[in-house]
Design a protein around this ligand. Structure first.
Ligand code: HEC
Length: 184
């Protein structure tokens, strides 16, 4: 015997639709949405507050995570593999050294150890360029950081393409010089 189909032959579809409407209207989902939005806003405000008002040094985990981001995410693929045309070129290193004294030493320190007048107290502090963290990056990655700068840090852009003052050769001169820096 046919049962349901026969009981409401023609208008079964529309009755179902109305039921559905009633159920949706009454579920209170919008309250959940509001709670989630408010929670999200509170969380971001709290995080921004921590970041903006904090004075101590970044935690080791933060440094590691930032470094992973810089190493594997921040630099566009075609930059990472760029080759330094002036590699091991002492004249280029000399030019880079002069530029470094004028443009970079104030933050990274006269010999690149991150102990410049401003660098040590910035958040994050200007990196020690003699460190493994910096020296294990590729020439192309270093090129990108110097030319393009690092967003959300004090590292400015020096490349002409990004509003800075150095042309391509000058940026490579700086990288060649950075490669000569020795840890103490
Ligand atoms: C106003 C301060 C300031 C100046 C000037 C500055 N830097 Fe930086 N630099 C920073 C900060 C801050 C960082 C980010 C450190 C971090 O990510 O932990 C940084 C990061 C870098 C990095 C990335 C290193 C890495 O492995 O993550 C390189 C390379 C670099 N700077 C080179 C230079 C060079 C070359 C100059 C000069 C042409 C220069 N910087 C000038 C503050 C500065």
């Amino acid at each position: 015997m046919e049962t349901n189909g026969d009981a409401r032959p023609d208008n079964s579809g529309s009755v179902d639709a109305e039921d559905e409407k009633k159920r949706r209207g009454g579920c209170g989902c919008w309250i959940m949405v509001l709670i989630i939005l408010a929670g999200g806003a509170a969380l971001s405000a709290w995080l921004m507050g921590m970041i903006v008002t904090r004075e101590e040094k970044p935690l080791p985990g933060e440094v590691a995570i930032t470094d992973l981001g810089l190493r594997y995410v921040a630099v566009p693929g075609d930059f990472s593999n760029l080759r330094n045309p002036s590699i091991m070129d002492t004249a280029a290193a000399g030019r880079g050294r002069e530029l470094f004294g004028v443009e970079c030493a104030i933050c990274h320190g006269p010999s690149g150890k991150g102990d410049g007048v401003y660098g040590a107290t910035m958040y994050p502090p200007a990196i020690d360029l003699t460190s493994t963290r910096a020296q294990t990056k590729t020439d192309g990655q270093l090129y990108w950081f110097v030319a393009h700068g690092i967003n959300l840090s004090g590292m400015p852009a020096f490349g002409k393409d990004y509003g800075g003052q150095n042309n391509e050769q000058e940026v490579w001169d700086l990288i060649t010089y950075i490669r000569t820096l020795q840890p103490k």
